[in-house]
Design a protein around this ligand. Structure first.
Ligand code: AMP
Ligand code: TRP
Length: 331
């Protein structure tokens, strides 16, 4: 029996946060035995905001090394770089022609990002969700593991698949998002009302997967809580709720059991222990990361092989699409 297909991508724009880890990468690992998985480094997406070429190159290899370090096994999953497979941009174009302006106007991520980057409000930032749909649909993906912030983009991918299928006959699998109940939205440590993001100006707002122990401890100690002083899981204590989510996911303990453990204890002790939990979860990843990151030849072999495999699959889908649309095949 053929395995169902999983696709996801991460942008190579700076270092990844524990939000990326908990909302995405950690789940990628869990899926690779049951599914045929494609995990992409989406560099075409990254250039929708200004990038320094040298850094972009380096960040792409950083993300590849992190994929490997968290436990994604290249024998099981296909790891590749988006720009190596031209079909992404090609299908992106076709899907642009069946996407309504109104749909893109409603994308909340675009609205937020366009507020921040008015000096570079480019068309790519606007059509970015269409490229994301192309990424997913090219591989006939059944499931797409992502954080909560990508939900709306996935709705668009589903919508475009259905629209194309009904216009030109069945072509694409309609993908389902895989969004975890816990950890799909890790919040800023400085403002628990907004998402933890690597582009935050305040360094204390996020923990990077590659932060050292001191930085992790310091950031957790400074994390915003409240004046109630009770370790509890409630909407009245959004800062603490976020910390409890992180604690729970990274320690594999239930929120209830953690809360029970801190009955009558203050935030100081809770935060110290949380720092231990985060350090314990990240240390082995950081060790492996260092090894992979310096082995350029190995990384190269992984992304080359990945691109070969991905390209073969993607080209097949694109051929089908071109034929249905009415493009004349060259051969
Ligand atoms: P990006 O860094 O925007 O490419 O995001 C890569 C993946 O990480 C996507 O699946 C996002 O939904 C997920 N992600 C990013 N930030 C967070 C966060 N704060 N909490 C949970 N998931 C996140
Ligand atoms: N847009 C996603 C993000 O910013 C990254 C991404 C691009 C993606 N293409 C994808 C995620 C396809 C899942 C599937 O996080």
């Amino acid at each position: 029996m053929n395995k169902k297909i999983v696709f996801s991508g991460v942008q190579p724009s700076g270092s990844l946060t524990i939000g990326n880890y908990i909302g995405a990468l950690k789940n990628f690992v869990e899926l690779q035995d049951e599914y045929e998985c494609y995990y992409c480094i989406v560099d075409l997406h990254a250039v929708t905001v200004p990038q320094i070429p040298k850094d972009l190159r380096s960040h792409s290899l950083d993300v590849l090394s992190l994929y490997l370090a968290v436990g994604i096994d290249p024998q099981k999953s296909t790891l590749f770089i988006q720009s190596h497979v031209p079909a992404h941009a090609e299908l992106g174009w076709i899907l642009n022609t069946i996407t309504y302006m109104g749909q893109l106007n409603r994308m909340t991520q675009f609205k937020e990002k366009s507020k921040k980057s008015d000096e570079n409000l480019n068309a790519g930032l606007f059509t970015y969700p269409v490229l994301m749909a192309a990424d997913i649909l090219l591989y006939q993906s059944d499931f797409v593991p992502v954080g909560e912030d990508q939900k709306q983009h996935l709705e668009l991918a589903r919508d475009l698949a259905e629209r194309f299928n009904s216009r030109y006959s069945d072509t694409f699998v309609v993908p389902e998002p895989l969004i975890k109940e816990f950890g799909a939205r890790i919040m800023s440590l400085q403002d628990p009302e907004s998402k933890m993001s690597k582009s935050d100006r305040d360094e204390n707002a996020f923990i990077l997967m590659l932060d050292n122990k001191d930085a992790i401890r310091r950031k957790i100690r400074r994390a915003v809580t409240d004046s109630l002083g009770i370790v509890a899981y409630s909407d009245q204590q959004p800062g603490l709720k976020n910390l409890l989510n992180i604690y729970s996911v990274l320690s594999d303990k239930s929120v209830d059991s953690i809360v029970a453990n801190y009955d009558g204890k203050g935030y100081g002790e809770f935060k110290d222990d949380l720092a231990d939990v985060v350090i314990q979860a990240l240390s082995p990843i950081q060790e492996r990361y260092k090894e992979y990151r310096q082995d350029k030849a190995f990384l190269e072999s992984i992304y080359r092989e990945g691109a070969d495999k991905a390209e073969a699959f993607a080209a097949k889908t694109l051929r089908k699409v071109y034929k249905k649309i009415g493009f004349i095949p060259r051969i």
